[in-house]
Design a protein around this ligand. Structure first.
Ligand code: PMP
Length: 310
């Protein structure tokens, strides 16, 4: 699998050639993996402009994660938005949508003393079509407890278990894996939340069960309510995964991706979650706007980025 290596990266306050985005091997970002991050999705809109979903909410969650990790981050929303627009303008291509990764690295300081940080933005091209439905499995690895590694901090350390689970899943023939929490109930997928349909009701485990405080789940809840589909947040037991009518992974990158099977047991064809997937798509692409989908819109006209003078 070839990784995308975007030629431009935003760091130290400006868009720069990617060779200039380097971290010293002695920084806490490298030595202890000190970072917090966000993944934002941007879509070409029906009118030819480009829109990034839920900019303010991603900025707010990045601030929350930074606060929990004691990483300084005082960039306000307008500056954050401008930086995201700058990296999109540098990298956008007309036939592909984009995933913007905003990472705050710990660049100076030692064990929490004199910590300094730098916001780094990269953006990766994404196919315009939503992901195909997945076969999934329940991982033997678990989401850590809140007093060990809080799931609400979006930090790389929370994805070590994702790496283990994905390797395990690949060996078992599953595209994506479900993580249980320490109590053996459902937490989430490794990189997205889990929404299940039972008897016409959509159910998702609340954040205190070990799920990230998901922006997409909040949007999907609002869309579902407008479509007359009840939506509840409650603990989900493992065996419910095997008797559910429908299951989907929900998150910024995967949107609403229905699940084909869990641990080899096929699920019936999704109905409610397919309708929600389509409604979400229409909202984020501007085909059918919805108040729950806040889009930060920009016109992208040029490919030559405004770079730092140095
Ligand atoms: N859980 C995890 C572990 C994730 O990485 C993500 C993606 N950010 C989500 C859930 C979904 O969160 P959101 O809807 O805010 O993208």
């Amino acid at each position: 699998m070839r990784l995308q290596k975007p030629p431009f990266i935003y760091c130290r306050g400006a868009v720069r050639p990617q060779e200039e985005a380097v971290l010293h091997v002695s920084t806490e970002a490298v030595v202890r993996g000190l970072n917090v991050f966000e993944g934002l999705k941007g879509y070409w809109q029906r009118d030819g402009r480009f829109g990034i979903v839920a900019m303010a909410r991603h900025h707010a969650r990045l601030k929350r994660s930074a606060r929990l990790m004691r990483l300084p981050f005082d960039m306000d929303l307008p500056a954050f938005e401008e930086a995201c627009h700058a990296i999109v303008a540098a990298l956008a291509e007309p036939d592909r949508d984009m995933w913007v990764r905003a990472t705050l690295y710990g660049t100076e300081g030692h064990w929490g003393v004199d910590t300094q940080s730098d916001l780094v933005l990269t953006a990766f091209h994404q196919p315009k079509a939503p992901p195909e439905p997945w076969p999934t499995g329940v991982s033997a690895w678990c989401r850590a407890d809140d007093n060990a590694l809080p799931a609400r901090i979006k930090t790389s350390a929370n994805y070590f278990v994702a790496r283990m689970a994905k390797i395990e899943g690949r060996d078992r023939g599953y595209t994506e894996m479900i993580l249980l929490n320490g109590a053996g109930r459902v937490a989430e997928f490794v990189g997205s939340c889990l929404v299940m349909a039972r008897d016409g009701v959509l159910v998702t485990p609340p954040a205190w069960e070990g799920a990230l405080e998901s922006i997409t789940v909040d949007i999907v809840e609002a869309l579902a309510r407008d479509m007359g589909i009840p939506f509840v947040r409650r603990p989900v037991e493992r065996s419910e995964l095997l008797v559910a009518d429908e299951i989907a992974a929900v998150g910024t990158l995967v949107e609403v991706t229905p699940v084909l099977s869990v641990d080899g047991l096929p699920l019936p064809p999704p109905r409610l979650l397919t309708a929600l997937r389509d409604r979400y798509r229409d909202a984020v692409t501007g085909a059918d706007p919805h108040p729950a989908v806040d889009l930060s819109i920009q016109s992208v006209g040029r490919r030559v980025p405004a770079m730092a003078a140095e």
